[in-house]
Design a protein around this ligand. Structure first.
Ligand SMILES: Cc1cc2nc3c(=O)[nH]c(=O)nc-3n(C[C@H](O)[C@H](O)[C@H](O)COP(=O)(O)OP(=O)(O)OC[C@H]3O[C@@H](n4cnc5c(N)ncnc54)[C@H](O)[C@@H]3O)c2cc1C
Length: 328
């Protein structure tokens, strides 16, 4: 808040956070009651229902719901900047509603073995040798895929499952736009913070919108006795060449001893997610004709869940088309 941190939690799931949440200077009591009402509203009905609701930007959705500028700036902006990579809250309100629902009904977690565990799990059911890694595709032609090495692969169906900008180049589709993000990883063992909550920048004190003590959330992310923190910088500031200096300066205001932290690595991701401005179409076509298909978060909501849904739609389309070509 600019005068220190306060704990804000969902009182339905964490009753002990109720007193601090009620008194947290992030918004008025009516704002907090409105937040409960908003959560109740996004929990109602199905996800497809949410994706059909009247649409605006996230900011307009919050303003129209009656939230004060204070709670938008101190709570929604830093939280959703990190999730939607959207410091200006311009992403479609439909996607915001779905994310808020997921936060309200599910647990936030990371895989103990790192994010790569998800793709390993998906690939584990496939035949040995059917996945080839580190082989970029240069071109998709009428009936083949050409790798950067020049090797040509043919198949009855080609599914392009790259992120949006690559899919647009390979298939000549409109580019879905890019939201950048940077993550700066610190060994914070010399002066650790211990917290399993996400620390939000409610005071707009710099480019870092949140900090997580990842080794407190998932101890397997750091060697025994060490602590690991990650600072998230969503939006265009992620591309600033002086990013690390700016984040260190901001961190020193939060926790002066962070000056002793060692930077482990800086990840700058120019395409973190597609833009997903309104109007959002979360069921964009995955069937392009002539044996070509496309899937990924840019065909659905920009999330792992959206990528998986679109992958399932593409798989169903491939199976249906192969089946019908066999019966003709
Ligand atoms: C820092 C960060 C945090 C995130 N946190 C969350 C979160 O907590 N929850 C959530 O749901 N989502 C999160 N997301 C979003 C989520 O990661 C994406 O929405 C999701 O990974 C999209 O999956 P995808 O399969 O569409 O694309 P990707 O996961 O981007 O996979 C596309 C693959 O295609 C490959 N590729 C690209 N071009 C070529 C080519 N020419 N030839 C061969 N291969 C190619 C790429 O190397 C990549 O492996 C986060 C994103 C970022 C950047």
């Amino acid at each position: 808040t600019g005068r220190g941190f306060c704990t804000v939690g969902d009182p339905l799931r964490s009753p002990r956070d109720l007193p601090s949440t009620v008194f947290a200077p992030i918004g008025s009591i009516p704002d907090k009651l409105r937040l409960l009402k908003l959560i109740a509203s996004v929990r109602r009905g199905s996800v497809p229902d949410l994706l059909r609701r009247k649409e605006s930007s996230t900011r307009a959705r919050l303003q129209n719901f009656g939230f004060s500028p204070r709670i938008i700036e101190r709570f929604f902006q830093p939280l959703f900047a990190g999730i939607q990579l959207d410091p200006d809250l311009e992403v479609s309100s439909r996607r915001f509603d779905v994310i808020l629902r997921m936060l309200a009904v599910g647990e936030s977690a990371v895989p103990a073995d790192g994010m790569g565990a998800l793709s390993k799990e998906l690939a584990s059911g496939l035949h040995e040798g059917s996945v080839r890694c580190n082989e970029a595709v240069r071109e998709v032609t009428e009936n083949a895929v050409i790798l950067e090495s020049g090797e040509e692969l043919t198949g009855r169906a080609v599914v392009v499952a790259t992120q949006g900008p690559s899919a647009s180049k390979l298939l000549g589709l409109p580019d879905p736009g890019s939201r950048p993000v940077a993550a700066i990883w610190f060994d914070s063992t010399t002066a650790p913070i211990h917290n399993r909550h996400i620390l939000l920048d409610g005071a707009q004190s710099g480019p870092m919108k949140n900090l997580a003590v990842l080794s407190d959330v998932a101890p397997s992310y750091a060697p025994p006795g060490k602590t690991l923190c990650v600072a998230a910088v969503p939006g265009p500031s992620a591309l600033d060449p002086h990013l690390e200096d700016a984040v260190r300066k901001q961190l020193a205001g939060w926790h002066p001893q962070s000056r002793t932290w060692e930077t482990i690595r800086v990840d700058v991701i120019p395409h973190g997610q597609p833009l997903q401005l309104p109007p959002l179409d979360p069921r964009r076509s995955v069937r392009l004709g002539a044996g070509r298909y496309v899937c990924g978060d840019h065909r659905d909501t920009a999330s792992i869940q959206g990528a998986l849904f679109s992958g399932r739609r593409a798989a169903a389309a491939v199976l249906a088309d192969l089946q019908s070509s066999r019966t003709i």
